[in-house]
Design a binder for this molecule. Structure first.
Ligand code: AHR
Length: 317
């Protein structure tokens, strides 16, 4: 009998004995492997499930929402006890979330939010995506100290909540600072390869000497852009300031090497808090808050980035 059936059989009276993590089968719909951070989240999620004795069914959506919706429907048909989903884009989830709810399968969002009524999911484990953008913008405001600065922006996947919110947060932070202006903004789809390609086009269109700073919605795009800046004969981190988000090991290394200036940490461990909340919910009906917020921390050249790189590179990235 699955945990869900056990709970229903007990007339929805939650019994601590009814749900032990070791009995759980959980479906995880992952976006894909577009970035180092994403790969780490996949690794950590598998580790967190294994540590709890959970049977995790993993589905890689290859960046396509339709694949995620199919995976969710397959998990529902299999009668899993719960579903974890990292939603590639924010819209278009209502119907499948209703189907999960009709089947009494709790859904937990990982790292990205959706534009759907919050009664359709149990909780969302994410960072404050707007705040991350604001921290990046404020870092730049402080770093240029009033000097004029023409900024180029590499956006994340179009329609994804981090692309929308990180853009909004950054714009809010630089608003009112007449010396700062975003002169180019385009998606690099959160990938290293597109970060490089789009940065090359920014450099060509603007002329490298006319770009003061790059704001990238993730580190992988920044690392790709660093390559483009070097190939254009400029010094990343000096000629062009670079601030991004994730704090993956390669970003710490780039900061240690003086080729990048700042990054904001996003923990790849969304699954730990998610599975803890799920265990409590299934054990005795404890309802988690709708938003379980993970921490965001700014790293700059003031930190020991070489040491952080050495520590982090073994952690699933
Ligand atoms: O949703 C989190 C974002 O998705 C990460 O910042 C990025 O690296 C990933 O692809």
């Amino acid at each position: 009998m699955t945990i869900k059936a056990t709970l229903l059989a007990s007339a929805l009276i939650f019994s601590p004995l009814a749900a032990t993590a070791a009995d759980l089968t959980i479906g995880f719909s992952q976006i894909g492997s577009e970035s180092g951070w994403r790969a780490a989240e996949t690794t950590v999620t598998k580790q967190e499930a294994e540590a709890r004795g959970i049977n995790l069914k993993f589905a890689d959506a290859q960046q396509k929402q339709e694949n995620q919706i199919s995976a969710l429907r397959s998990f529902i048909a299999q009668g899993v006890d719960a579903i974890l989903v990292a939603p590639v884009v924010a819209t278009g989830w209502d119907e499948v979330l209703e189907e999960a709810q009709d089947s009494d399968i709790p859904v937990i969002l990982l790292d990205r939010t959706v534009d759907a009524p919050d009664n359709l999911y149990l909780t969302a484990v994410t960072s404050d995506l707007v705040h991350e953008g604001s921290v990046a913008g404020q870092w730049l405001v402080d770093d240029v100290a009033g000097a004029d600065c023409r900024i180029v922006e590499l956006q994340g996947t179009t329609g994804s909540s981090p692309a929308i919110d990180r853009k909004a947060g950054f714009e809010k932070a630089i608003a009112g600072h007449e010396n700062l202006e975003i002169v180019r903004s385009q998606t690099g789809d959160f990938t290293r390869s597109q970060g490089k390609v789009v940065m090359e086009s920014f450099l060509k269109a603007e002329g490298g000497k006319n770009i003061c700073a790059l704001y990238a919605h993730n580190d992988d795009m920044a690392v790709g852009a660093i390559q483009a800046i070097k190939e254009a004969g400029l010094k990343p981190g000096e000629d062009i300031r670079i601030v991004a988000i994730d704090a993956v090991p390669d970003a710490h290394l780039a900061i240690a090497n003086g080729e990048m200036n700042a990054t904001i940490e996003l923990t790849p461990n969304m699954a730990g808090p998610a599975l803890d909340a799920l265990a409590a919910y299934l054990a005795d009906g404890t309802t988690p808050p709708k938003w379980i917020q993970t921490e965001s921390r700014l790293y700059t050249a003031a930190d020991d980035n070489q040491a952080i790189y050495e520590t982090k590179k073994g952690l699933g990235y």
